[in-house]
Unconditional design. Structure first.
Length: 68
């Protein structure tokens, strides 16, 4: 019974599915790296915000002490 070329088409479909699977896994790895980078940036932003707030607070305290 002839397979009407299904055997070749089946190989093509399986190869394409494998390629797409590798592509999806690559995207997932890149997304994980982006999430990690974003977490680092958020941590830095919070740290620098705290430092900036402390500098403003300290300046206010010093100016208040000098004004007395």
């Amino acid at each position: 019974m002839p397979d009407n070329g299904w055997s070749e088409y089946q190989k093509l479909v399986l190869a394409e599915l494998k390629r797409l699977d590798e592509s999806v896994h690559g995207c997932q790895r890149e997304l994980a790296e982006i999430r990690l980078g974003l977490a680092v940036l958020r941590t830095r932003a919070v740290s620098w915000g705290a430092v900036g707030g402390m500098v403003i607070w300290l300046t206010t305290v010093i100016v208040g002490l000098i004004s007395k």
